[in-house]
Write a protein that binds this ligand. Structure first.
Ligand SMILES: [Zn+2]
Length: 299
């Protein structure tokens, strides 16, 4: 599917960025210009991606209003996201759907709430938010258990729960007509899992991947762009991620069976099929530790 990049908003330079620039030696070689901090990309006639530095969200435009997803505005203003939507349509923002409970994706939604949006999330996300009470996360108004369909202005958006994976509250948002899914942090475009796979449930994540692969869709929108800033993927990315986890699991299982230590497992295991993925070198050792715990201690 061909994407149309429709614009970027002005830079919001954080203090940290300015300091980093000031500390850069004067003789440093010139590097390619960084992409603008925010951008809107049109995926289909009614579906858009808003990217905010390293995070991205989907929003859906209908004649009756907008369905937005994750505010992605932790410790930064939500205004660029709202401005990006309003640059496309003046229709009201009716919904904000949380992808899962993690604050880096769902913080900063109050300005959407002030505009009258209804917030929707999985039951477990609402429970976690109510337990932890983060100051900058809007508590969901509506919850999803296994499935809910939001219908607005002729568009249907399915909110599917396929079990525990990268959290116990991850939704797979599917647009049946457009054959698009938006799901966050567990099906990257060519990526190993993040660091130590915190909050990730093994082996449930593999079962969930199989369920997602069995669904009818063609385009994946993940919560972070992939290599080279690529914003959408395909079912092959889901198949590759499942293969990566299965290969990793089998390799670690063998190390544990042979009585090897954490350090041995990290030293012994390489998965060359995935070595070109950008975060392979940094995160593979931590992914190995996560699977080591599963095979060695059942956790
Ligand atoms: Zn997450």
């Amino acid at each position: 599917m061909k994407l149309r990049y429709i614009g970027a908003t002005a830079a919001l330079i954080a203090g940290g960025v300015l300091v980093a620039q000031a500390q850069q030696p004067a003789q440093a070689p010139a590097t390619a210009a960084a992409p603008p901090p925010t951008a809107t990309t049109k995926v289909t006639d009614n579906v858009y991606i808003f990217r905010y530095v390293g995070h991205q969200s989907m929003f859906i435009v209908t004649p009756a209003g907008v369905i937005a997803t994750d505010p992605i505005s932790e410790r930064r203003p939500a205004k660029p996201y709202i401005d990006a939507i309003q640059a496309v349509t003046k229709a009201p923002i009716k919904y904000v759907i949380y992808s899962h409970s993690h604050f880096d994706h769902i913080a900063g939604g109050q300005p959407f709430k002030d505009l009258g949006a209804t917030f929707v999330a999985h039951r477990n996300a609402k429970e976690r938010i109510q337990a932890l009470k983060p100051a900058d996360v809007v508590v969901p108004d509506q919850i999803v258990d296994d499935k809910k369909v939001i219908t607005l202005g002729g568009t249907a958006l399915e909110l599917n729960y396929v079990g525990k994976n990268h959290s116990n509250s991850t939704l797979v948002m599917r647009l049946p007509k457009e054959k698009i899914i938006f799901t966050v942090d567990w099906i990257p475009i060519q990526g190993v899992q993040f660091r130590i796979m915190d909050d990730t449930y093994i082996p449930d994540i593999e079962d969930g991947l199989k369920k997602v692969i069995a669904m009818d869709w063609e385009t994946l929108i993940p919560g972070h762009p992939g290599p080279g800033g690529k914003q959408t993927g395909t079912k092959d990315n889901a198949r590759d991620e499942l293969a990566y986890l299965q290969d990793l699991s089998a390799a670690v299982k063998q190390e544990v069976a042979q009585g090897k230590s954490y350090d041995d497992a990290v030293k012994d295991i390489s998965l060359p099929k995935y070595s070109a993925w950008p975060n392979y070198k940094n995160f593979l050792p931590m992914n190995i530790e996560r699977y080591y715990d599963f095979w060695n201690r059942g956790i």
